[in-house]
Design a protein around this ligand. Sequence first.
Ligand SMILES: [Zn+2]
Ligand SMILES: [Zn+2]
Length: 315
Amino acid sequence: MPRYAFRSNKPKVKEGDVLKLPPPAEPPARTSRRIGMHTSASGGVPNAAERAYRLGCNTFQMFSSSPRQWAQAVVQPAQCGEIQRLREKYDLHPLVIHTNYLVNLASQNEAFLKQSIEAFRGEIERALQVKADYLVLHPGSFRGADREQGLLRTSAAIAASSTGLDLVAGGLTILIENTAGAEFSLGASFDQVAEVLDRLRGLVPIGACIDTCHTHVAGYDIVSDKGFRQTLAELDATVGLKNVRVWHCNDAKAARGSKLDRHQHVGKGTIGLEPFRRLLNHPKLKHCAFIAETPIDEPGDDRRNVETLKSLVTS
Ligand SMILES: [Zn+2]
Ligand SMILES: [Zn+2]
């Protein structure tokens, strides 16, 4: 099970919920890019949209259910209408949903796989209900098998989870996220992400979400200018830059190649500001959403990370 540094083991009281502060007097300044944050849906999914707006975002990511429980939330029709109303009012596009962390579609345990498929089907159903654009999924853990079997199983399980659901009509695309490459985790290389995409093309709308922290700790060089260009060229040759729809913009606490997934504030970690500047201004990535999943150590850290990303946009 991968560990996630954002919004974990931090006392809630320190977050300084932006909903408890007065709303901004004027709409926050925008850039030419879609930049946002993973925001809390506490109190109902419309609150995630309101929080995103108040943090200065024009896109956002949220969970549609508790990220560490199997019990699935029910999204009320009134909440679906309200989140759409807020997204239109504030121009919040796209809406990205991150899948529950318990789901492992590569599991070799039949009962666990069945539970994962049911949970992922629930994720797709809720994403369609709230009219999300993207549903991000980690490809899973292949413990007990080999990597190739794991990739086959994940691809088959994604197809099985979506049987009978019309993602095309709902405007929903599933995004496979690259991972940090801890033991048995699939998706640490762009090749593996591309393999899942290739197997699902034509079955469900599919693309990729690339996380800067995961890319860096998995061993890719995005820090040096030359390394960044080579890494992007490799991403283009495998996944295809046009298939990358979301970038998770997280700096890293751990070293390149360490496989340790610990997110850090943008510009404050082992990646530094420059690679984020290159990403945000890359001419072939204009179509992407750039979303931070950075820790909240002090009240306002969420707003500061969004502001940092926005300040790097030059075009
Ligand atoms: Zn991570
Ligand atoms: Zn991520």
